[in-house]
Design a protein around this ligand. Structure first.
Ligand SMILES: *Cc1c(COP(=O)(O)O)cnc(C)c1O
Length: 411
């Protein structure tokens, strides 16, 4: 949705038109925004030998995966199902990275059969892997992101010390022992830090620490920096400048390759960065009410469709498409789930009347992919606007969908 010129159109289409065809609530994605974000990302790291693996879990619709594949990206997956969707979308197995966390070893075996890149997150699975495959199948290991965090910040350091992700740096000796004992071939290290790197300087320090660690891995060909690049949600949100990040990384990478004595390719796994901004959740204001204290706008959706505000306290801009320039008032925008279900609290926005169409912005990433049928409500439909045309890419749930796997017994 084009916010810059506040026209709120999607490739020239009016959201009202799209909604009159497909109804609300509705997820709408703009393929041109995805392409722009891909191009921006590629440009920021153009000076570096690198590959981009789209993190599927942000937005998993098969058409989005296909779009990423056509854009020349690889795929980052966290489950066997995402791998299968990736294959269906046309990704070659070797362009898919499997980065699961605390999974049964049988899942890793299946991914080896399929031929994806395997990224192992704990010593237990690393040992099973070493025993089963020895030197015959190379793997990545995932490191605890502690080393790229801003160690100045106690909060972040605490968060990382609690983190279940990756092999702790203090356990690396055990990993190297497996290399020695079984001839394990570790050709990549991986580090994914969830949205904690906010400034290029800290990022550079973190990257230097990763490169330092990388020197211990003699077979290394790849370093995967994961995802976690923030996008602005609120108008005054601070985010990292990826062009500066690219420049700084370029310098430390070059120096590393010289010292290491051979080139190492860098991988990235952006999810949110590529798809957050492309999507909006379009909802209808169905109830206006006032409890004497707050002014509520009830919409035909809820946290079952977009859980980020309730789960993470995330801010999403909300636009009143029916009255974008009306006088501003303060509202609490709520969903219809029978629990506290806020999309926004005391938000100043143009006056809302029942029947108005609202757009909850930045809903492409972790929107539909985290949606559920809680309260036995249907998940929304999804529409992709591509080359000036709106395509239905997922139907709204039906009553049959809710009942599909239920087995009625004789009671
Ligand atoms: C979720 C995830 C990503 C993507 O994170 P974003 O914050 O969406 O960029 C990348 N890599 C791994 C391993 C992940 O689990």
């Amino acid at each position: 949705m084009n916010l810059q010129d506040q026209s709120y159109t999607i490739q020239g289409l009016q959201p009202e038109e799209i909604v009159s065809e497909f109804g609300t609530p509705l997820y709408v994605y703009d393929s041109s925004v995805i392409r722009q974000q891909v191009a921006k990302f590629q440009k920021a790291f153009a000076a570096i030998d690198h590959k981009v693996k789209y993190a599927a879990k942000a937005l998993t619709n098969i058409n989005i995966l296909k779009l990423m594949q056509r854009e020349g990206l690889g795929l980052d997956t966290v489950s066997l199902q995402e791998i299968k969707m990736g294959l269906q979308a046309g990704f070659a197995p070797q362009d898919i990275v499997f980065t699961p966390n605390c999974v049964d070893f049988s899942e890793i075996e299946e991914a080896v059969e399929i031929g994806t890149v395997i990224n192992i997150d704990n010593l237990s699975n690393l040992e099973k892997f070493a025993k089963k495959y020895g030197s015959s199948v190379p793997c990545f290991i995932r490191l605890n992101p502690f080393i790229v965090a801003d160690s100045q910040s106690e909060k972040v350091a605490h968060w990382h010390s609690q983190s279940k992700f990756g092999v702790a740096v203090s356990q690396l000796d055990q990993a190297h022992q497996l290399v020695e004992d079984y001839g394990l071939h570790i050709y990549g290290i991986h580090i994914h830090s969830s949205s904690v790197i906010m400034n290029p300087e800290i990022f550079q320090k973190g990257a230097e620490a990763v490169f330092e660690m990388a020197k211990q891995f003699k077979d290394l060909q790849y370093i995967d920096f994961g995802g976690g690049i923030k996008v602005p949600y609120a108008p005054d949100d601070q985010t990292i400048d990826i062009f500066q990040m690219g420049e700084r990384l370029h310098n430390v990478h070059q120096q590393f390759c010289r010292e290491f004595g051979k080139p190492v390719q860098l991988w990235f796994e952006p999810g949110r960065f590529l798809v957050s901004d492309c999507g909006a959740l379009l909802v209808k204001a169905v109830v206006r009410k006032d409890n004497g204290d707050r002014d509520f706008v009830g919409v035909d959706s809820g946290f079952n469709h977009l859980i980020r505000p309730m789960m993470y306290g995330a801010h999403h801009e909300i636009v009143n498409l029916s009255n974008p320039f009306g006088p501003r008032k303060e509202y609490t925008i709520v969903g219809n789930i029978c629990e506290i279900d806020n999309f926004a609290v005391n938000r100043s926005m143009p006056e809302v009347k029942e029947g108005d169409l609202l757009a909850i912005l930045n809903a492409g990433a972790y929107g539909y992919s985290m949606a559920s049928t809680y309260n036995s409500r249907f998940r929304p439909a999804e529409v992709l606007v591509h080359e000036g045309k709106a395509h239905l890419i997922r139907q709204r749930d039906t009553y049959e969908d809710l009942m599909r796997n239920q087995m009625e017994i004789n009671l």
